[in-house]
Design a protein around this ligand. Structure first.
Ligand code: SF4
Ligand code: SF4
Length: 451
């Protein structure tokens, strides 16, 4: 029997003051307009801005003086819209239960080393005494950021793509009924494994298991959840992780949307970076006001064809702010943001370096990284996959997510030909073609984006 879903929005606390949408770093609505918009949202009527332009960044929950959780109201309304119109066809590629999803397509381009790490992570069945590390759908796309590291000796890394990061990225798009099914499925997985300790590489995933599943999906887990950054800091402080190199790097920090949940989670990554010898130069929008990497623009989609342009155009704002700081490198502590930000960096041809915080720690530990080669290659793998998926999606209709668990035939290791995708990726091996493609994308962006 399905558990009862509980709406996170507290309508009885909302006094329609409009502060949430007035302070929103994306919408910045005049107060009067914000009040009207909020009323429309509560009444379930068509909005003028929020449902079409919100980046699902979570800041409005912090701005609300009444603690009414306006963010959860937005998710409810997107959930209603999903029931009416379905998901855009481009979204097939982020559904691990659909053919031609990004994890399946990426198999064409993984190195043998990456394949062997992933194979092990996907097939290990945990024992009750294990501390499992959830690699997650997005770190899966960039396995080299953690694969082969000494950090893994403390865990059993697990990579179940059809756990959908606990539903984290679907939750942000308002696919709430699907998230509830995922919550129930992950509970079964954890209980069957009998594990007590679960560490997630993404802070978003820790939050989903600890807060969203019990409080909004009616699914209580019995495990202890921790996120990888907190684990890193504890072990750096105790001396278990030896940071032998001070990196002397000036950096700026991207705070991801989920970092704003549960009272804000901003100091842990900054402390880690300082311990690695990084000097932090902050961007204009940080912490509670931080801008999204661009991924969230997909939640408020208007036209399927515009989705990649909307996402990258939002990411442009982040790179602009990061470059303005004069820092040598932009650091993210979210693997979900990282893959999209690398695609953005390549399309913008931005010169600022871009790292995951795990890479910074590994470099400080004295571990060798193949930076930036691995990232550049993967960014163009991802751009090829998105281009290919966008072309295919032009011939498809909106859809509903019917299955949350993939069958074995859809294993991410099933090799297929995908001639068109191979051809696109082959052309991206030529620098001149990459330059022309990036320029064309930037030229089309103002015409194609919807915001
Ligand atoms: S989630 Fe972010 S972008 Fe959306 S309305 Fe709230 S503050 Fe604005
Ligand atoms: S959700 Fe909060 S900030 Fe927004 S209108 Fe209601 S009370 Fe005001």
């Amino acid at each position: 029997m399905m558990n009862k879903r509980i709406s996170g929005f507290k309508e009885d606390l909302c006094n329609l003051c409009g502060v949430c949408l007035h302070e929103c770093p994306v919408l910045e609505l005049p107060l009067d307009e914000a009040k009207v918009e909020m009323k429309l949202l509560i009444e379930g009527k068509e909005t003028r801005y929020v449902l079409q332009r919100c980046n699902t960044c979570l800041s409005c929950n912090i701005y609300c003086p009444q603690k009414a959780n306006p963010y959860q109201l937005i998710l409810e309304r997107w959930n209603n819209l999903y029931k009416e119109r379905g998901a855009p066809p481009l979204y097939y590629f982020v559904c691990p239960t659909e053919d031609r999803n990004i994890w399946q397509l990426l198999n064409l381009f993984l190195s043998n080393q990456e394949r062997s790490w992933i194979y092990k992570w996907m097939h290990y069945v945990p024992k009750s005494s294990d501390t499992v590390l959830l690699i997650g759908n997005y770190t899966h796309l960039l396995p080299f950021i953690i694969g082969g590291s000494k950090l893994l000796k403390y865990f059993k890394p697990i990579d179940r793509i059809d756990q959908w990061e606990g539903g984290a990225y679907l939750y942000q798009g308002g696919y709430l009924d699907i998230v509830q099914k995922i919550a129930e499925r992950t509970k079964r997985d954890f209980d069957d494994w009998g594990v007590n300790n679960v560490v997630a590489t993404l802070d978003a995933v820790e939050y989903i298991f600890k807060e969203v599943h019990p409080k909004e999906m009616g699914v209580e887990h019995d495990q202890n959840f921790q996120n990888f950054d907190r684990w890193l800091l504890d072990n750096i402080n105790s001396g278990e992780i030896n940071l032998q190199n001070q990196l002397n790097l000036t950096v700026t920090v991207h705070d991801n949307c989920y970092s704003k949940a549960a009272g804000g989670y901003w100091e842990t990554p900054r402390t880690i970076l300082e311990k690695c010898g990084c000097k932090i130069l902050e961007m204009k929008h940080i912490k509670k006001d931080s801008l999204c990497c661009g991924f969230g623009a997909g939640a408020s989609w208007v036209k399927n064809i515009s989705l990649p342009f909307d996402m990258i155009s939002e990411g442009v704002k982040k790179f602009k702010e990061a470059e303005e700081t004069g820092a040598e490198a932009l650091i993210t502590y979210c693997g979900g943001c990282l893959y999209l930000m690398w695609a953005t960096k390549e399309l913008l041809m931005s010169k600022i370096d871009l790292y995951h915080i795990i890479e910074i720690v590994r470099m400080s530990m004295g571990e060798e990284m193949n930076y930036p080669k691995d990232h550049v290659k993967r960014a163009w793998d991802v751009i090829a996959i998105i281009t290919y998926s966008l072309l295919l999606s032009s011939f498809k209709k909106n859809f509903y997510i019917r299955k949350i668990t993939y069958d074995k035939d859809l294993s991410t290791f099933k090799a297929k030909k995908y001639l068109l995708l191979r051809m696109i990726r082959y052309f991206f091996d030529f620098k001149l073609i990459r330059i022309v493609y990036a320029k064309l994308f930037r030229l089309l962006m103002p015409i194609m984006k919807t915001r």
